[in-house]
Write a protein that binds this ligand. Structure first.
Ligand code: SIN
Length: 283
């Protein structure tokens, strides 16, 4: 395996979050100084995008492992040859997609993944972009009063809330293989405001796909506040949008972002490879 020696550039994609990294070959081993620069950019921009990569599954896994131990998605099987890579496939006949609601990945786990990598193998000519939102900004834009209320609240996160929209209908319609445990609902409680373990910054930590209510309230009582927060967090000024091409790779920080896969390409095929990195218990 070669080593990349060229300097790379990091260009912000929007005023809110996201940066495109150019001049880097992820199939070559990055030295520690180069990886430290990537890591620094990741923490600063929250989601990094790389284009025109040519990654075998082994090279992709090797890059992902630089960020930490690899996790597994609880509801779909990984590739037979590389179980830590889950293929996210939408076939031309399918109408639902995977991840088509604003969410942070698997917040129904006690220790949700700190990061997710997504590598584009096949993309529609147009459509299938992914949106991202900055949850530091969402927290920072709250009134002092709302921030104080939320600081004392815990969100109840469940995999059963919008399973038809987010994954089950898609899994059941055939292009991805469900794990045998796929019908069991998973649930975890996390603070509504979390402190990022590496940057020390505070971020809103609720999402429309998985946060059902606050632990001390009914769903009916929670919903007016949650609905406000779900809309508040995804206002255009807090977002960026990425257009995929085969060979594009993104890595996002699940501790301070939301994302949403846009489902606007019925009749076309989209194949992505997804890896998640183990995280810790949100505090
Ligand atoms: C996901 O939510 O992990 C998938 C996002 C995408 O396919 O763009």
């Amino acid at each position: 395996m070669g080593r990349t020696s060229a300097k790379f550039s990091v260009e912000p994609l929007s005023g809110a979050l996201g940066a495109q990294v150019s001049g880097i070959d992820l199939a070559a081993a990055l030295d520690d100084a180069q990886f430290a620069q990537v890591q620094e950019a990741f923490l600063a921009h929250q989601v990094l995008f790389f284009r025109d990569q040519n990654l075998t599954p082994d090279a992709y896994l090797a890059f992902a492992r630089r960020f930490g131990a690899l996790a597994e998605y609880p509801f779909a099987k990984g590739m037979d040859s590389h179980p830590k890579i889950t293929e996210i496939i939408k076939e031309p006949h399918q109408t639902s997609n995977f991840g088509g609601m604003w969410h942070t990945d698997t917040t129904y786990l006690p220790e949700p993944p700190k990061a997710t990598l997504l590598y584009a193998v096949e993309t529609p000519a147009v459509g299938g972009d992914t949106l991202f939102a900055n949850l530091y900004m969402a927290f920072g834009a709250l009134s002092g009063g709302m921030a104080e209320v939320l600081t004392g609240l815990t969100g109840v996160n469940t995999s059963a809330l919008h399973s038809t929209g987010l994954r089950s209908a898609h899994l059941k319609s055939g292009s991805m293989q469900a794990k045998t445990s796929a019908d069991e609902a998973l649930m975890a409680e996390h603070p509504a405001i979390r402190t990022h373990p590496e940057t020390g910054r505070r971020a809103l930590y609720v999402n429309a796909a998985h946060t059902a209510r606050f632990s001390t309230m009914t769903r009916e009582e929670s919903l007016p506040i949650l609905s406000f927060l779900f809309d508040h967090a995804v206002q255009p000024e807090f977002t960026c949008r990425f257009r995929w091409q085969p060979g594009s790779l993104a890595i996002w920080d699940n501790r301070c972002t939301l994302h949403c896969a846009i489902n606007d390409y019925d009749g076309h095929r989209r194949v992505m490879q997804r890896i998640t990195i183990e995280g810790d218990r949100p505090v």
